[in-house]
Design a protein around this ligand. Structure first.
Ligand code: NAG
Length: 348
């Protein structure tokens, strides 16, 4: 709990996004809990930061996360902490990217893994690297191979969210914009870019299909419980959309949930619903005397029928990128802090 407290005030995203219609606590029919008490901080080795997405292997061990120097690290518990699990070709071919140098490296050169998920049956770890494309790491770790770098003749430009259908091994992932790269994500928001894509890597055919294009800032993606649909977070719209990908409704989509913030990653909660991390809009203390710090809502849990059923708020992160539930614990990833966090699902 000796964590550095980061101010939640200054996310550029928050400044650019249109003001949210924030439900008053009284109107909301769900409970909001703080993540701050009981949060255990999992500090990354310096100088890396930004454990944006978290994944667990087939044994439930982990989490694993992509970090700012382009590598994937694995959490081995409180004593040992984080250690390297995987790296990409740039770490060997570009001197600047060599992890031994312990430099803060340019992500557009060395790569930036965002969404990641294991295919439990094969043990493979799939990674959406914002700059290098769709990567796959063998179960033992080591070098990530590039599985695909384009689809439909259009190069991947800003890969972001990723999930695996565990029945088929197919990989669903998003390219947030075919125009702007991750380093310019603010332009995606500010200019209302609608050039994102939803993609599927077919494991058997070894091909990537474009399921939808011209999407507004598709970010996180999660495969629905029966594999007929995926849920996609659209960051600029403050909503989750459901895209039907198998069966009679394939090709259709609709709004699945409206959210009290701008969604980042989405993860199945194991009960037919989803945890959705939120980048808060600019929320100002509403007291007349001002100066009331309002804890931003950092995540919500949405039920299988698209209703917000609980919320988390807190000051422990600049922004929360992902919440994953495992073994009665909530695991918290963030793109901009030098740590991830965990807390018991039900304190006390
Ligand atoms: C979750 O529980 C399983 C079974 O006890 C264990 O093997 C695994 O390491 C646990 N995972 C984490 C991340 O604590």
């Amino acid at each position: 709990m000796a964590a550095a407290r980061y101010s939640p005030c200054c996310s550029f995203l928050a400044l650019l996004l249109p003001p949210l219609v924030v439900l008053s606590a009284a109107a909301a029919s769900y409970e909001t809990k703080s993540i701050d008490p009981g949060l255990v901080v999992m500090t990354l080795p310096q100088p890396v930061s930004g454990p944006e997405s978290l994944a667990f292997d087939g044994r439930g061990d982990g989490p694993y996360s992509g970090v700012s120097d382009g590598r994937i690290l694995r959490w081995h518990g409180g004593r040992q902490g984080w250690a390297e699990f995987a790296y990409n070709h740039k770490h060997k071919s570009v001197a600047l990217c060599a992890p031994e140098k312990k430099l803060v490296v340019p992500e557009d050169v060395c790569g930036r893994p965002l969404g990641l998920q294991f295919h439990w049956k094969s043990g493979d770890l799939y990674v959406a690297d914002a700059y290098l494309g769709l990567l796959r790491v063998p179960a033992r770790g080591g070098l990530a191979e590039v599985v695909a770098a384009e689809a439909g003749g259009v190069p991947f430009n800003f890969l972001n969210g990723l999930d695996v259908d565990q029945r088929t091994g197919d990989v669903y992932f998003t390219d947030s914009s075919t125009t702007y790269r991750r380093s310019d994500y603010m332009l995606v928001v500010a200019l209302g870019d609608e050039t994102g894509r939803l993609l599927r890597y077919d494991r058997r055919a070894r091909r990537v299909a474009v399921l939808h294009s011209d999407l507004p800032y598709p970010n996180g993606v999660a495969v629905g419980a029966d594999g007929t649909h995926v849920v996609v977070a659209h960051s600029g719209l403050s909503e989750l959309r459901r895209y039907w990908v198998r069966g009679p409704r394939a090709g259709r989509s609709e709004t699945f949930a409206e959210l009290p913030g701008y969604p980042d990653n989405v993860r199945a909660d194991g009960r037919g619903g989803y945890w959705v991390a939120l980048a808060p809009g600019l929320s100002l203390g509403s007291g007349e005397s001002g100066a009331v710090a309002v804890a931003p809502v950092v995540a919500v849990r949405v039920s299988g029928d698209g209703k917000v059923v609980e919320a988390l708020d807190g000051f422990s992160f600049v922004s929360v990128s992902e919440v994953a539930e495992r073994n009665g614990t909530l695991w918290v990833g963030s793109v901009d802090t030098p740590y991830a966090g965990k807390l018991k699902r039900h304190a006390g």
